[in-house]
Design a protein around this ligand. Sequence first.
Ligand code: AMP
Ligand code: MG
Length: 328
Amino acid sequence: MTIGLGIESTAHTFGASVIDESGKILSNVKSVYVPPSGSGIHPREASRHHADEAPSVVQSALKEARVSFKDLDFIAYSAGPGLGPCLRVGATISRFISAYYNKPLVPVHHGLGHIELGSMLTSARDPLALLLSGGHTMVLSAVRGRWRVFGETLDMTIGQLIDQFGRALGLASPAGPAVEKIASKGNKYIEMPYVVKGNDLSFSGLLTSVKKMLASYPQEDIAFSLQETAFSMLAEVTERALALLRKAELLVVGGVAANRRLHEMLEAVCRRHGCEFKMVPVEYAGDCGAQIAWTGMLYFKNGFFVRPESAFVKQSWRIDEVDVPWRG
Ligand code: AMP
Ligand code: MG
Protein backbone atom coordinates (compact mmCIF):
# COMPACT_ATOMS: atom_id res chain seq x y z
CA MET A 1 0.00 0.00 0.00
CA THR A 2 1.36 3.42 -0.99
CA ILE A 3 1.62 5.93 1.86
CA GLY A 4 2.71 9.55 1.83
CA LEU A 5 3.41 12.48 4.12
CA GLY A 6 1.86 15.89 3.42
CA ILE A 7 3.15 19.15 4.88
CA GLU A 8 1.11 22.36 4.98
CA SER A 9 2.63 25.75 5.84
CA THR A 10 1.09 28.43 3.58
CA ALA A 11 -0.21 30.79 6.28
CA HIS A 12 -1.24 30.41 9.94
CA THR A 13 -1.17 26.61 10.07
CA PHE A 14 1.76 24.22 10.17
CA GLY A 15 0.32 20.77 9.55
CA ALA A 16 1.55 17.26 8.80
CA SER A 17 -0.48 14.23 7.79
CA VAL A 18 0.09 10.66 6.70
CA ILE A 19 -2.39 9.16 4.25
CA ASP A 20 -2.66 5.89 2.36
CA GLU A 21 -3.73 5.29 -1.23
CA SER A 22 -7.25 4.28 -0.21
CA GLY A 23 -7.74 7.77 1.23
CA LYS A 24 -7.47 6.68 4.84
CA ILE A 25 -6.07 9.56 6.89
CA LEU A 26 -3.68 7.85 9.30
CA SER A 27 -2.83 11.09 11.08
CA ASN A 28 -3.49 14.81 10.70
CA VAL A 29 -1.59 16.96 13.19
CA LYS A 30 -1.48 20.75 13.20
CA SER A 31 -0.28 23.74 15.15
CA VAL A 32 -1.87 27.11 14.41
CA TYR A 33 -0.14 30.46 14.84
CA VAL A 34 -2.47 32.91 16.58
CA PRO A 35 -1.48 36.57 16.26
CA PRO A 36 -2.12 39.03 19.12
CA SER A 37 -5.77 40.26 19.38
CA GLY A 38 -6.66 42.93 16.86
CA SER A 39 -3.80 42.13 14.48
CA GLY A 40 -3.37 40.00 11.39
CA ILE A 41 -0.80 37.35 10.58
CA HIS A 42 2.74 38.67 10.65
CA PRO A 43 4.58 36.51 8.08
CA ARG A 44 7.88 36.48 9.97
CA GLU A 45 6.27 35.64 13.31
CA ALA A 46 4.15 32.92 11.69
CA SER A 47 7.21 31.40 10.00
CA ARG A 48 9.08 31.41 13.32
CA HIS A 49 6.13 29.57 14.87
CA HIS A 50 6.23 27.03 12.04
CA ALA A 51 9.98 26.47 12.37
CA ASP A 52 9.61 25.96 16.14
CA GLU A 53 6.64 23.60 15.85
CA ALA A 54 7.62 21.64 12.73
CA PRO A 55 9.75 18.93 14.37
CA SER A 56 7.11 17.94 16.93
CA VAL A 57 4.20 18.18 14.46
CA VAL A 58 5.96 15.95 11.91
CA GLN A 59 7.09 13.49 14.60
CA SER A 60 3.55 13.24 16.03
CA ALA A 61 2.07 12.70 12.55
CA LEU A 62 4.43 9.76 11.94
CA LYS A 63 3.95 8.36 15.43
CA GLU A 64 0.14 8.49 15.26
CA ALA A 65 0.22 6.79 11.87
CA ARG A 66 2.70 4.22 13.25
CA VAL A 67 5.15 4.72 10.41
CA SER A 68 8.71 5.96 10.09
CA PHE A 69 10.32 8.14 7.42
CA LYS A 70 11.63 4.99 5.72
CA ASP A 71 8.08 3.67 5.15
CA LEU A 72 6.95 6.72 3.16
CA ASP A 73 6.61 6.54 -0.63
CA PHE A 74 6.68 10.31 -1.14
CA ILE A 75 6.72 13.68 0.64
CA ALA A 76 4.21 16.30 -0.54
CA TYR A 77 4.33 19.96 0.51
CA SER A 78 2.23 23.05 -0.14
CA ALA A 79 4.37 25.04 -2.59
CA GLY A 80 1.99 28.04 -2.75
CA PRO A 81 0.22 30.35 -2.94
CA GLY A 82 0.92 31.80 0.49
CA LEU A 83 3.24 33.86 2.66
CA GLY A 84 6.86 33.54 1.47
CA PRO A 85 8.55 32.96 4.85
CA CYS A 86 5.89 30.39 5.86
CA LEU A 87 6.07 28.53 2.56
CA ARG A 88 9.85 28.31 2.83
CA VAL A 89 9.68 26.54 6.19
CA GLY A 90 7.49 23.74 4.78
CA ALA A 91 9.46 23.50 1.55
CA THR A 92 12.83 23.36 3.31
CA ILE A 93 11.76 20.64 5.72
CA SER A 94 10.16 18.59 2.95
CA ARG A 95 13.18 18.97 0.73
CA PHE A 96 15.45 17.83 3.55
CA ILE A 97 13.36 14.73 4.32
CA SER A 98 13.12 13.94 0.60
CA ALA A 99 16.87 14.27 0.07
CA TYR A 100 17.96 12.47 3.25
CA TYR A 101 15.62 9.49 2.83
CA ASN A 102 15.77 9.54 -0.97
CA LYS A 103 12.01 9.93 -1.46
CA PRO A 104 10.14 11.58 -4.34
CA LEU A 105 8.97 15.13 -3.62
CA VAL A 106 5.54 16.40 -4.70
CA PRO A 107 4.85 20.17 -4.77
CA VAL A 108 1.12 20.84 -4.31
CA HIS A 109 -1.03 23.92 -4.95
CA HIS A 110 -2.69 24.76 -1.64
CA GLY A 111 -6.13 25.57 -3.07
CA LEU A 112 -6.13 22.34 -5.04
CA GLY A 113 -5.46 20.56 -1.74
CA HIS A 114 -8.66 21.98 -0.26
CA ILE A 115 -10.71 20.86 -3.28
CA GLU A 116 -9.27 17.39 -3.79
CA LEU A 117 -9.46 16.37 -0.13
CA GLY A 118 -13.02 17.74 0.10
CA SER A 119 -13.90 15.86 -3.05
CA MET A 120 -12.49 12.58 -1.74
CA LEU A 121 -14.08 12.89 1.71
CA THR A 122 -17.55 13.68 0.33
CA SER A 123 -17.29 11.20 -2.58
CA ALA A 124 -17.93 14.03 -5.03
CA ARG A 125 -17.21 13.03 -8.62
CA ASP A 126 -17.46 16.09 -10.82
CA PRO A 127 -18.65 18.93 -8.60
CA LEU A 128 -18.97 22.65 -8.99
CA ALA A 129 -16.44 23.65 -6.32
CA LEU A 130 -16.65 26.70 -4.12
CA LEU A 131 -13.25 27.43 -2.58
CA LEU A 132 -13.69 29.85 0.32
CA SER A 133 -10.63 30.41 2.45
CA GLY A 134 -8.19 32.98 3.72
CA GLY A 135 -6.40 32.89 0.37
CA HIS A 136 -9.15 32.09 -2.15
CA THR A 137 -12.69 32.97 -3.15
CA MET A 138 -13.50 31.11 -6.35
CA VAL A 139 -16.17 29.10 -8.12
CA LEU A 140 -14.52 26.30 -10.10
CA SER A 141 -15.26 23.41 -12.37
CA ALA A 142 -12.80 20.85 -13.76
CA VAL A 143 -12.63 20.92 -17.55
CA ARG A 144 -10.02 18.97 -19.53
CA GLY A 145 -7.40 18.52 -16.83
CA ARG A 146 -7.62 21.82 -15.01
CA TRP A 147 -9.87 23.52 -12.48
CA ARG A 148 -11.31 26.46 -14.45
CA VAL A 149 -12.62 29.59 -12.77
CA PHE A 150 -16.30 30.49 -13.22
CA GLY A 151 -16.28 33.44 -10.81
CA GLU A 152 -13.84 34.88 -8.29
CA THR A 153 -13.13 37.88 -6.10
CA LEU A 154 -11.64 40.92 -7.81
CA ASP A 155 -10.01 42.19 -4.61
CA MET A 156 -9.96 40.58 -1.14
CA THR A 157 -11.08 37.07 -0.28
CA ILE A 158 -14.16 36.29 1.82
CA GLY A 159 -11.81 35.11 4.61
CA GLN A 160 -9.91 38.40 4.55
CA LEU A 161 -13.18 40.35 4.64
CA ILE A 162 -14.31 38.47 7.75
CA ASP A 163 -10.89 38.58 9.44
CA GLN A 164 -10.41 42.32 8.78
CA PHE A 165 -13.89 43.06 10.09
CA GLY A 166 -12.92 40.95 13.13
CA ARG A 167 -9.78 43.00 13.58
CA ALA A 168 -11.85 46.18 13.61
CA LEU A 169 -13.78 44.57 16.49
CA GLY A 170 -10.49 43.77 18.26
CA LEU A 171 -10.63 40.03 17.51
CA ALA A 172 -7.61 37.90 16.62
CA SER A 173 -7.39 36.26 13.19
CA PRO A 174 -8.81 33.89 12.10
CA ALA A 175 -11.96 35.61 13.35
CA GLY A 176 -14.59 33.61 11.41
CA PRO A 177 -16.08 31.58 14.30
CA ALA A 178 -16.23 34.65 16.60
CA VAL A 179 -17.83 36.82 13.90
CA GLU A 180 -20.37 34.05 13.20
CA LYS A 181 -21.28 33.97 16.88
CA ILE A 182 -21.71 37.76 17.05
CA ALA A 183 -23.75 37.70 13.83
CA SER A 184 -26.11 35.09 15.28
CA LYS A 185 -27.18 37.67 17.89
CA GLY A 186 -28.07 40.29 15.27
CA ASN A 187 -31.40 40.42 13.44
CA LYS A 188 -31.78 43.88 11.89
CA TYR A 189 -30.57 44.09 8.29
CA ILE A 190 -28.57 47.22 7.48
CA GLU A 191 -28.23 48.13 3.78
CA MET A 192 -24.68 47.49 2.56
CA PRO A 193 -22.77 47.61 -0.78
CA TYR A 194 -23.57 44.46 -2.78
CA VAL A 195 -21.05 44.21 -5.62
CA VAL A 196 -21.26 41.46 -8.25
CA LYS A 197 -19.66 42.21 -11.63
CA GLY A 198 -20.40 39.64 -14.31
CA ASN A 199 -19.82 36.51 -12.24
CA ASP A 200 -17.08 38.09 -10.11
CA LEU A 201 -17.23 39.60 -6.65
CA SER A 202 -15.79 42.65 -4.91
CA PHE A 203 -15.66 42.90 -1.11
CA SER A 204 -13.45 45.96 -0.49
CA GLY A 205 -16.31 48.50 -0.56
CA LEU A 206 -18.24 46.31 1.84
CA LEU A 207 -15.32 46.23 4.28
CA THR A 208 -14.88 50.03 4.18
CA SER A 209 -18.57 50.51 4.80
CA VAL A 210 -18.88 48.08 7.74
CA LYS A 211 -15.86 49.65 9.43
CA LYS A 212 -17.54 53.08 9.22
CA MET A 213 -20.83 51.65 10.51
CA LEU A 214 -19.20 50.49 13.75
CA ALA A 215 -19.54 54.06 15.05
CA SER A 216 -23.32 54.14 14.62
CA TYR A 217 -24.84 50.62 14.75
CA PRO A 218 -24.68 47.65 17.17
CA GLN A 219 -21.90 45.28 16.13
CA GLU A 220 -24.28 42.29 16.20
CA ASP A 221 -26.47 43.86 13.48
CA ILE A 222 -23.44 44.84 11.42
CA ALA A 223 -21.98 41.32 11.64
CA PHE A 224 -25.37 39.83 10.77
CA SER A 225 -25.81 42.15 7.77
CA LEU A 226 -22.23 41.60 6.64
CA GLN A 227 -22.78 37.84 6.54
CA GLU A 228 -26.15 38.22 4.80
CA THR A 229 -24.66 40.52 2.14
CA ALA A 230 -21.38 38.71 1.46
CA PHE A 231 -22.94 35.24 1.50
CA SER A 232 -25.80 36.35 -0.78
CA MET A 233 -23.19 37.60 -3.26
CA LEU A 234 -21.49 34.19 -3.08
CA ALA A 235 -24.82 32.38 -3.46
CA GLU A 236 -25.70 34.48 -6.51
CA VAL A 237 -22.51 33.69 -8.45
CA THR A 238 -22.69 30.04 -7.38
CA GLU A 239 -26.27 29.77 -8.60
CA ARG A 240 -25.42 31.34 -11.97
CA ALA A 241 -22.54 28.89 -12.46
CA LEU A 242 -24.79 25.98 -11.47
CA ALA A 243 -27.47 27.07 -13.92
CA LEU A 244 -24.85 27.26 -16.68
CA LEU A 245 -22.93 24.07 -15.96
CA ARG A 246 -25.78 21.93 -14.62
CA LYS A 247 -23.56 20.08 -12.18
CA ALA A 248 -25.12 17.41 -9.99
CA GLU A 249 -22.97 18.32 -6.96
CA LEU A 250 -21.87 21.51 -5.20
CA LEU A 251 -18.74 21.05 -3.09
CA VAL A 252 -17.88 23.75 -0.56
CA VAL A 253 -14.35 23.80 0.85
CA GLY A 254 -12.03 26.19 2.74
CA GLY A 255 -12.18 27.56 6.29
CA VAL A 256 -15.24 29.74 5.60
CA ALA A 257 -17.15 26.55 4.63
CA ALA A 258 -17.62 26.02 8.39
CA ASN A 259 -20.19 28.85 8.54
CA ARG A 260 -23.75 27.65 9.23
CA ARG A 261 -25.58 30.60 7.70
CA LEU A 262 -23.62 30.10 4.50
CA HIS A 263 -24.75 26.46 4.44
CA GLU A 264 -28.40 27.46 4.68
CA MET A 265 -28.08 29.80 1.72
CA LEU A 266 -26.15 27.35 -0.45
CA GLU A 267 -28.46 24.47 0.43
CA ALA A 268 -31.37 26.59 -0.80
CA VAL A 269 -29.50 27.18 -4.08
CA CYS A 270 -28.90 23.44 -4.43
CA ARG A 271 -32.55 22.60 -3.79
CA ARG A 272 -33.61 24.95 -6.59
CA HIS A 273 -31.29 23.16 -9.04
CA GLY A 274 -31.69 19.55 -7.95
CA CYS A 275 -28.05 19.56 -6.96
CA GLU A 276 -26.46 17.63 -4.10
CA PHE A 277 -24.87 19.85 -1.43
CA LYS A 278 -21.50 18.54 -0.27
CA MET A 279 -19.58 20.25 2.44
CA VAL A 280 -16.11 19.25 3.55
CA PRO A 281 -16.25 17.93 7.17
CA VAL A 282 -15.49 20.89 9.47
CA GLU A 283 -12.45 19.11 10.86
CA TYR A 284 -10.88 19.28 7.38
CA ALA A 285 -12.29 22.67 6.29
CA GLY A 286 -9.33 24.76 7.45
CA ASP A 287 -5.75 24.34 6.27
CA CYS A 288 -4.27 20.96 7.16
CA GLY A 289 -1.64 18.45 6.10
CA ALA A 290 -4.24 15.91 4.89
CA GLN A 291 -5.16 18.23 2.01
CA ILE A 292 -1.59 18.18 0.81
CA ALA A 293 -1.00 14.50 1.53
CA TRP A 294 -4.07 13.39 -0.48
CA THR A 295 -3.39 15.69 -3.44
CA GLY A 296 0.24 14.54 -3.32
CA MET A 297 -1.05 10.97 -3.52
CA LEU A 298 -3.07 11.76 -6.67
CA TYR A 299 0.00 13.34 -8.30
CA PHE A 300 2.31 10.55 -7.20
CA LYS A 301 -0.05 7.90 -8.61
CA ASN A 302 -0.03 9.81 -11.91
CA GLY A 303 3.77 9.90 -12.02
CA PHE A 304 4.08 13.58 -11.10
CA PHE A 305 6.94 14.19 -8.67
CA VAL A 306 10.34 15.91 -8.62
CA ARG A 307 13.84 15.49 -7.20
CA PRO A 308 14.46 17.38 -3.93
CA GLU A 309 16.75 19.91 -5.64
CA SER A 310 13.76 21.02 -7.74
CA ALA A 311 11.75 22.15 -4.69
CA PHE A 312 10.17 25.58 -5.23
CA VAL A 313 7.71 27.96 -3.63
CA LYS A 314 5.35 30.40 -5.38
CA GLN A 315 3.76 33.15 -3.31
CA SER A 316 1.33 33.92 -6.15
CA TRP A 317 0.07 30.94 -8.07
CA ARG A 318 -3.28 30.67 -9.81
CA ILE A 319 -5.09 27.37 -9.50
CA ASP A 320 -6.11 27.43 -13.18
CA GLU A 321 -2.42 27.25 -14.15
CA VAL A 322 -2.02 23.87 -12.47
CA ASP A 323 -2.33 20.59 -14.39
CA VAL A 324 -4.65 18.10 -12.74
CA PRO A 325 -4.11 14.93 -14.80
CA TRP A 326 -6.67 12.81 -12.91
CA ARG A 327 -9.41 15.21 -14.06
CA GLY A 328 -8.50 14.95 -17.76
P1 AMP B 1 -8.32 28.60 5.51
O1 AMP B 1 -7.44 29.61 4.83
O2 AMP B 1 -8.92 27.63 4.56
O3 AMP B 1 -7.69 27.95 6.71
O4 AMP B 1 -9.57 29.42 6.06
C1 AMP B 1 -9.38 30.38 7.05
C2 AMP B 1 -10.49 31.39 6.96
O5 AMP B 1 -11.74 30.79 7.31
C3 AMP B 1 -10.27 32.53 7.93
O6 AMP B 1 -10.45 33.75 7.21
C4 AMP B 1 -11.36 32.33 8.96
O7 AMP B 1 -11.80 33.53 9.57
C5 AMP B 1 -12.45 31.70 8.14
N1 AMP B 1 -13.44 30.97 8.97
C6 AMP B 1 -13.22 29.95 9.82
N2 AMP B 1 -14.38 29.57 10.43
C7 AMP B 1 -15.36 30.39 9.94
C8 AMP B 1 -16.77 30.54 10.20
N3 AMP B 1 -17.41 29.76 11.07
N4 AMP B 1 -17.42 31.49 9.51
C9 AMP B 1 -16.79 32.29 8.62
N5 AMP B 1 -15.47 32.21 8.35
C10 AMP B 1 -14.76 31.27 9.01
MG1 MG C 1 -6.45 27.48 2.93
